[in-house]
Design a protein around this ligand. Structure first.
Ligand code: CP
Length: 544
């Protein structure tokens, strides 16, 4: 089984497999005769079932708390058209969420009633990934309770589909976008690879653009951005694109310039429901509109026009009505593909279509290793007289960057635990060329792996000397692995880790980007440098 939570989780081969199945679903639904056979018969031969029975064991819950026409109803139609059952809600008002219940507990109810697919849309970013993790734990708990009582329990953890989480990701939209772009490209004798694609308008809050940015490298796309001032793509997406070697062109707010050299212009709706205080989306109204006049100016070179829809015809009319029947306006064609792409994604995700691929469910694990350092320093060097001698048991944390010792002591929980210690600030190094901080813990104390992680994050060159009977018996340097948990508060207020009632411990992937250490939120995908986290004092204090 696999989930459809973020396009960052998918390889090129996996995406192409979903698109191939989606193509077959589309042909089977429209059933055009070819070579004496029909797509419908061919579908049954290939997949072992007629399309109407492909999802016959699927019981889906649609959990939507943001408005939706396409995603919500195409998901419902996808499951029922292929023989499954759907229920769910389209507003928090209908549910006990309004009584203060957590999202995770709400989702757990559907899992505990045997639903094997949960499709969700929320304003909270990262909640689909958290839901999956919570449901795994909940399933284990309830399974164990049944086992302990000698009762059978057969429910498994449902597949999760992210139908849009705030400004983060909209992966099934991305799949239908890719399906559409591939169909149009094939019509011109091309494929998905090597295209020039323009991403236009509100790129700051648009999650459909974010998903497309997450896969551009797979297809060697060149991206062209145009947007009103202050509505450009988030920095963390741009940095990721740069790391992946995607060629990018920034056209400022010159939409025409961005559209001149591209195959597809992917426009999007100004996300007025997400703008922050002091942001003026109305500027978009002036410059971000696609009109017949603009298409006339572009002439034969006009790109195909895509848009995830809906168009906000009330406030922005970002695709003007005079373009609605323009031959290059493929937006309705695109939206219709949502049905086929979602049937394909569900069938593959739930292994109703076998043998194509299965994803390994990625678990974030805490990782830190302790590199042994030679014990070369004598007693006099380790036990610096200015910070007090450790006569018996203790730990010396050395080579902490100057000025960070007190913060590190707080993060390690040494203040909270009232551990006897001396913190020395701005100590000269042996050669006198640099300065450093030191922490000396007096008495018996055992450091946890999480504390080692915190040290490696805040003070990468730290050395930890364990002292027994006044002698250094072990000296190590903690080396950070690829992930950290419970150490950094995510800087994105919309992240699920910042929703108090959900009780989600922050998790981050740690990356070294050209010598700069950055942390990437496991849930909402926001990336920050460790220095940014340090400056904003968003380290979590262990034990508090
Ligand atoms: N494209 C899209 O997500 O549309 P809805 O908001 O109508 O679901």
């Amino acid at each position: 089984m696999f989930d459809i939570i973020s396009m960052r989780d998918f390889s090129k081969e996996q995406i192409l497999t979903i698109l191939d199945v989606a193509d077959d679903v589309k042909r089977a639904i429209h059933d055009k005769a070819v070579h004496g056979s029909t797509f419908r018969r061919r579908f049954k031969r290939t997949y072992g079932k007629p399309l109407e029975k492909l999802l016959e064991d699927v019981t889906a819950a649609v959990m939507f708390v943001e408005n939706s026409t396409r995603t919500h109803y195409s998901l419902r139609t996808a499951v029922t058209r292929a023989g499954g059952y759907v229920d769910g809600f389209s507003s928090a008002e209908e549910t006990s969420l309004k009584k203060g219940e957590t999202w995770a507990d709400t989702a757990a109810m559907f899992a505990l009633y045997g639903y094997n697919l949960l499709a969700m849309r929320t304003t909270t970013e990262g909640i689909p990934r958290w839901t999956k993790e919570f449901l795994r734990q909940k399933n284990e708990q309830v399974q164990e309770q049944h086992r302990s009582l000698g009762l059978p329990y057969g429910y498994t953890v449902p597949m999760i589909i992210n139908g849009g989480d705030g400004k983060n990701q909209h992966p099934t939209q991305c799949l239908l976008d890719l399906m559409t772009i591939r169909e149009i490209a094939r019509g011109e004798g091309k494929g998905l690879d090597g295209l020039d694609v323009a991403l236009l308008n509100d790129l700051k809050y648009g999650r459909t653009n974010a998903s497309l940015m997450s896969i551009a490298h797979h297809f060697d796309w060149t991206l062209h951005f145009a947007h009103p001032q202050r509505f450009g793509p988030p920095q963390h997406r741009l940095k990721e694109l740069q790391r992946r070697g995607v060629e990018m062109h920034h056209h400022g707010d010159d939409f025409l310039s961005a559209m001149r050299s591209v195959f597809v212009a992917y426009h999007c709706r100004p996300q007025k429901e997400r703008v922050g205080a002091g942001e003026d989306l109305m500027t978009i109204k002036e410059i971000g509109r696609q009109t017949q006049a603009r298409y006339d100016l572009l002439g034969d070179k006009a790109p195909y026009l895509l848009h995830p829809l809906p168009v906000d015809a009330e406030t922005f009319e970002e695709i003007s009505y005079d373009l609605i029947f323009h031959p290059k306006n493929f937006t309705a064609f695109q939206a219709a593909n949502g049905l086929y792409a979602r049937i394909a994604g569900i069938a593959l995700g739930l292994e109703k279509v076998k043998g194509f691929f299965s994803s390994s469910e990625s678990e974030v694990c805490e990782e830190v290793s302790l590199q042994d350092l030679p014990i070369t320093e004598g007693r006099q060097k380790i036990i610096h007289p200015r910070s007090g001698y450790i006569e018996h048991e203790g730990i010396v944390l050395d080579h902490i960057p100057e000025g960070r010792g007190r913060r590190l002591a707080g993060v390690l929980g040494l203040e909270h635990e009232e551990v006897p210690k001396v913190i020395s600030d701005y100590m000269p190094s042996h050669d006198g060329k640099r300065r450093k901080d030191m922490i000396k813990i007096h008495g018996q104390y055992t450091l946890t792996l999480q504390q080692y992680q915190a040290m490696a994050l805040i003070a990468p060159d730290i050395s930890v000397s364990i002292i027994e009977h006044g002698k250094v018996v072990k000296k190590v340097r903690p080396q950070l692995g690829s992930t950290i948990e419970g150490l950094v508060r995510c800087g994105n207020d919309a992240c699920v880790t910042n929703v108090k009632k959900e009780h989600v411990a922050p998790k981050h992937t740690v990356l070294d980007v050209q010598g700069t250490r950055v942390v990437n939120c496991h849930y909402c995908e926001i990336e920050e440098t460790v220095m940014d986290v340090y400056k904003a004092n968003r380290f979590l204090y262990i034990g508090e």
